[in-house]
Design a protein around this ligand. Structure first.
Ligand code: CU
Length: 155
């Protein structure tokens, strides 16, 4: 009788979903929502009030382009999307207003390239702490991500 097997399969699916959710909550430096998932999220803490850089990988598993428009965090007064450019041996950075991630693509925020620029820290932070950051999109719900606070020497 298939009618007795059906609820069974449903509860198996529910259990798998619950485990997936739990795994997402336990894993630091990663987050998943809908077709988007973030891994390797870390904030490179600099001494004093120097701006900190945030790095992560954002994968779009969906079937349409997603546009990252910004980020914010209660731990910082200002968070911007930045890009580092090197010209004639000089490196500088400038703000980026948005970034598209095509279906199936992964956007890497990494040293010497795209990074989140965290400025105006609002609370004490130390290596080993976690920082909650919300990524915002033009066409998808905001995605909360827990960043690991790391030393600049680890990158
Ligand atoms: Cu920057």
């Amino acid at each position: 009788m298939t009618s007795t097997r059906h609820p069974d399969r449903l509860s198996r699916i529910a259990r798998r979903l619950a485990w997936g959710l739990l795994a997402t909550m336990i894993a630091t430096g990663s987050a998943q929502a809908g077709d988007l998932d973030v891994s390797d999220a870390r904030l490179r803490l600099m001494p004093g009030d120097l701006p900190a850089a945030g790095y992560f990988r954002l994968h779009n598993a969906g079937d349409h382009t997603v546009t990252l428009t910004g980020a914010d965090s209660e731990a910082y007064g200002s968070v911007m999307l930045h890009m580092t450019v090197s010209e004639d041996g000089m490196s500088s950075m400038h703000a980026v207003s948005s970034l598209d991630i095509a279906p199936g693509n992964t956007l890497a925020f990494a040293p010497k390239g795209y990074h989140l620029m965290f400025m105006k820290r609002t609370q004490p932070l130390a290596v080993g702490d976690k920082v909650e950051v919300t990524l915002t999109f033009a066409d998808a719900p905001a995605l909360p991500v827990t960043f690991d606070v790391v030393s600049p020497a680890t990158l």
